[in-house]
Design a protein around this ligand. Structure first.
Ligand SMILES: *[C@@H]1O[C@H](CO)[C@@H](O)[C@H](O)[C@H]1NC(C)=O
Ligand SMILES: *[C@@H]1O[C@H](CO)[C@@H](O)[C@H](O)[C@H]1NC(C)=O
Ligand SMILES: *[C@@H]1O[C@H](CO)[C@@H](O)[C@H](O)[C@H]1NC(C)=O
Ligand SMILES: *[C@@H]1O[C@H](CO)[C@@H](O)[C@H](O)[C@H]1NC(C)=O
Ligand SMILES: *[C@@H]1O[C@H](CO)[C@@H](O)[C@H](O)[C@H]1NC(C)=O
Ligand SMILES: *[C@@H]1O[C@H](CO)[C@@H](O)[C@H](O)[C@H]1NC(C)=O
Ligand SMILES: *[C@@H]1O[C@H](CO)[C@@H](O)[C@H](O)[C@H]1NC(C)=O
Ligand SMILES: *[C@@H]1O[C@H](CO)[C@@H](O)[C@H](O)[C@H]1NC(C)=O
Length: 541
C-alpha cells in the first residue's frame, strides 16, 4: 500500500515531465547534472551549454564528493528530491529514489572516483531512466553485481576507461545487454564470458587496451554488425574469432602477442584497414588476405616475419599502403638475377599491388635487391627504405615511373659509386630524395645529372650533403655545388654563394674546376637517359 503511494507519486512526477524535456543544470550531493532541451537552450552563461545540440539528452557525472542516503526514507515523510536549475538543493537525496528529471531523455552517465557502494545503489535507483551510455573512470568490483542489461535495457555504450590497471569481472554485469554498440575497456584485466551475449547482433565497436585477456570468445565471431575491433597491449595470441567476423572493416591490433597467421583467412570482404604491427607474427600464407579485396592499409611493422609467402597480395588490388618495416625479411641476392630462393623479395611478392602508393621497408636487413622486385607496383609514389644498411641505391627503385619520394636516410651509402649515375638519371623526377644520415665520403658525380629545373630535388640534395661527412672531407664539394648552380637565378645559389671562384683559387683548390668539368663529361652519356626518362615533366605539372 505504501509502496503504491510512492509509485503513484513517482508516476505523477514523471508523467508531468514525460512529453517535455526541460533544460537544466544542477549540482548537488556530488552530482553534476546537465539536461538539454529540444527547443530551449540552457542559460547561455552556463559553462555546460556547449554540451547541448538541440536534442533532449541528459549528462550526469558522479564525482568523488558523491553522497546519498542508503536507508529507504519512511514513506510518510517521502518528499521526492527536486533537481533545480542553477539552484542548490541540500535536502536529502535517497540513493534508490533519485527522482531524476526528464525521464524520456537519453542519459549519459560518467562515474568518477566515487564511493562504490553508494554509486551502486544510485545506479540501481536510476534503472527507470533511459540510460544509453555509461562510462566508469574508476571501477569498483561491486559494480560487477549490477545486471546492466536488466537495469538499463537501452544501454548502447559501456566503457571502463581507467588510469591504472584494475581487475574486474563482467560476467553478471554485461552478459544480458541487448543493444550494446560500443564496448571500451582500457586498463582492465578481465576474461570474457563463454556464453554468447545478445549484444553480439548489435555491437559495432570493441576497444580493449592494456588488458590481461588472452583470447576473444568464439561467439564474437558471429557478429554481423561488428565493424571495428581495436585491441592494443593485450596477451591475445590467436586471431581466429576476429578473422571470421563477416563484416568487419577495421582491425587495429597492434602491440599484442599474436603469433602466426598462416592458418587464418580473413573472411570479411569489407575489410579496409588492418594494423597488426608489433606482434609476434612469424608467418602468414598466400590465402591469409586473399578475401580482402577492398583492403587499403596493411601494417605488419615490427613483426619477426622471416619470409613472405608466394604472391601474398595477389587479390589486394586496392591496397594503397603496405608497411613491412622492422620485419626480419632479409633481402639478399645477386644483382641482375632473378631470385633463386623464396627467402628473398621478388616481383612475385608484390604481384597484384598495382594500386599501391606507399611501401615502407625501413629497418629491414636489406643488402641488395633484385632490379625487378618493384615492377608490379605501377602506382608507387613513396618508397621508404630508411635504415636498411644499403651500400648503394638499388636499381629496383627506377622501376616505378610515378615514384615521387624516396627515403634512403641512415643507410650505408658511402662512396661516389653508392649513387650510380644510371640510377640517379632515372630518379631525376623525384620531388624528394632523403639521404641524410649516410656515411658519404665522396661527392657523387651523379648529383650533376639532376635537372637544374628540379629545384626541390636539388635543394634536398644540397641540404643533405651539407650535413654529410663529404662536405668536410671533400674540399671541392661546396665548390662543385657553387659551380653547378652558378648560372641559376634561384635562391638555392645563395647557400653556396660564398664558395666563389676567388675563394677557391685562394684556398689552392683551382683543380676543383677541372674535376667538375671532368665529372660533367663523365655524366654526358647518362644525360640522354635522364632526358628520356621523361620524369621531370610530371613534377613540374
Ligand atoms: C519544440 O518546438 C516544436 C515547434 O517549434 C514543437 O512542435 C515541439 O512540440 C516542441 N517540443 C518540445 C519538446 O517542446
Ligand atoms: C531512449 O533513448 C534513445 C536514444 O535517444 C531512444 O532511441 C529511445 O527511444 C529512448 N527510449 C525510451 C524508452 O525513451
Ligand atoms: C562508502 O559509503 C558507505 C556508506 O556511507 C560507508 O560505510 C563506506 O565507508 C564508504 N566507503 C568509503 C571507501 O568511503
Ligand atoms: C597502456 O600501457 C602503456 C604501458 O604501460 C602506457 O604507456 C599507456 O599509456 C597505456 N594506455 C592507456 C590508454 O592508458
Ligand atoms: C632476424 O633474423 C636474424 C638472422 O636470421 C636473427 O639472428 C634474428 O634473431 C632475427 N630477429 C628476430 C626479431 O626474429
Ligand atoms: C618457393 O615457393 C613455391 C611456392 O610456394 C614452392 O613451390 C617452392 O618449393 C619454394 N621454393 C623453395 C626453394 O623453397
Ligand atoms: C645494420 O647494421 C648494423 C651494424 O652492423 C646492425 O646493428 C643493424 O642491425 C643492421 N640493420 C639492419 C636493418 O639490418
Ligand atoms: C655559366 O655561364 C658561363 C658563361 O656564360 C659558362 O661559361 C659556364 O659554362 C656556365 N656554367 C654552367 C654550369 O652552365
Amino acid at each position: 500500500m505504501l509502496k503504491l503511494t510512492i509509485l503513484l507519486l513517482v508516476l505523477a512526477v514523471s508523467s508531468r515531465c514525460s512529453d517535455s524535456c526541460e533544460p537544466l543544470h544542477a549540482q548537488a550531493h556530488g552530482i553534476n547534472l546537465v539536461c538539454c532541451s529540444l527547443n530551449h537552450s540552457l542559460t547561455p552563461s552556463c559553462e555546460f551549454s556547449a554540451l547541448c545540440h538541440e536534442q533532449c539528452s541528459c549528462f550526469l557525472t558522479i564525482t568523488r564528493d558523491f553522497d546519498c542516503q542508503l536507508k529507504q526514507i519512511e514513506s510518510g515523510k517521502y518528499k521526492p528530491y527536486q533537481w533545480l536549475d542553477h539552484q542548490p538543493n541540500a535536502s536529502p537525496l535517497s540513493c534508490r529514489q533519485p527522482n531524476l528529471p526528464n525521464s524520456n531523455s537519453p542519459y549519459t552517465i560518467v562515474v568518477e572516483n566515487s564511493n562504490g557502494s553508494l554509486t551502486k545503489e544510485f545506479l540501481l535507483g536510476s534503472c527507470s531512466q533511459n540510460v544509453t551510455s555509461i562510462t566508469f573512470q574508476h571501477y569498483h568490483p561491486i559494480y560487477d553485481s549490477i545486471d546492466f542489461g536488466e537495469c538499463f535495457p537501452n544501454l548502447g555504450s559501456f566503457q571502463v576507461v581507467l588510469l591504472h590497471r584494475t581487475r574486474a569481472n563482467f560476467h553478471t554485469s554485461l552478459r544480458n545487454l541487448k543493444y550494446l554498440r560500443v564496448l571500451s575497456l582500457v586498463n582492465v584485466d578481465f576474461e570474457f564470458w563463454l556464453q554468447a551475449s545478445p549484444f553480439a547482433s548489435t555491437i559495432t565497436y570493441i576497444h580493449i587496451e592494456n588488458s590481461s585477456i588472452t583470447e576473444l570468445p568464439k561467439w564474437i565471431s558471429t557478429s554481423k554488425s561488428l565493424s571495428t575491433v581495436y585491441l592494443k597491449g593485450t596477451s591475445i595470441t590467436s586471431l581466429s574469432p576476429i578473422a571470421q567476423l563477416p563484416a568487419v572493416k577495421s582491425l587495429k591490433l597492434s602491440h599484442n602477442r599474436i603469433e602466426n597467421l598462416h592458418r587464418l583467412l580473413f573472411v570479411s570482404p569489407l575489410l579496409i584497414h588492418v594494423d597488426l604491427s608489433y606482434n609476434l607474427i612469424t608467418s602468414f600464407a598466400s590465402h591469409t588476405f586473399s578475401k580482402c579485396v577492398d583492403l587499403r592499409v596493411l601494417d605488419l611493422t615490427g613483426n619477426p616475419i622471416k619470409m613472405l609467402p608466394y604472391k601474398p597480395f595477389a587479390k589486394n588490388i586496392r591496397l594503397k599502403w603496405l608497411k613491412l618495416s622492422r620485419t626480419n625479411i632479409s633481402v639478399c641476392f645477386s644483382f641482375f638475377n632473378f631470385p633463386t630462393s623464396n627467402t628473398t623479395l621478388s616481383p612475385d611478392h608484390f604481384y597484384g599491388l598495382a594500386s599501391l602508393k606507399t611501401l615502407s621497408l625501413s629497418r629491414m636487413p636489406i643488402q641488395t635487391i633484385s632490379p625487378y622486385s618493384f615492377v608490379p607496383l605501377k602506382s608507387l609514389r613513396y618508397l621508404d627504405m630508411d635504415s636498411c644498411n644499403l651500400t648503394r641505391i638499388p636499381q629496383a627503385v627506377t622501376a616505378n615511373c610515378h615514384l615521387a619520394r624516396l627515403n634512403l636516410a641512415n643507410n650505408m651509402l658511402h662512396k661516389s659509386s653508392s649513387m650510380p649515375p644510371e640510377v640517379m638519371a632515372m630518379l631525376s623526377g623525384l620531388s624528394q630524395l632523403k639521404i641524410d644520415g649516410n656515411p658519404l665520403m665522396e661527392f657523387p658525380a651523379s648529383f650533376l645529372l639532376i635537372s637544374r629545373e628540379n629545384f626541390r630535388l636539388l635543394r634536398h640534395l644540397l641540404h643533405s650533403t651539407m650535413t654529410l661527412p663529404v662536405w668536410l672531407r671533400e674540399p671541392c664539394a661546396p665548390y662543385y655545388w657553387s659551380m653547378h648552380l652558378a648560372n641559376r637565378t634561384s635562391n638555392l645559389k645563395s647557400f653556396v654563394n660564398q664558395y666563389d671562384e676567388k675563394r677557391m683559387l685562394k684556398s689552392g683548390l683551382g683543380y676543383c674546376r677541372e674535376q667538375y668539368d671532368w665529372m660533367l663529361e663523365q655524366m654526358e652519356v647518362y644525360r640522354e637517359l635522364e632526358k628520356n626518362s621523361g620524369q621531370f615533366s610530371k613534377t613540374t605539372t
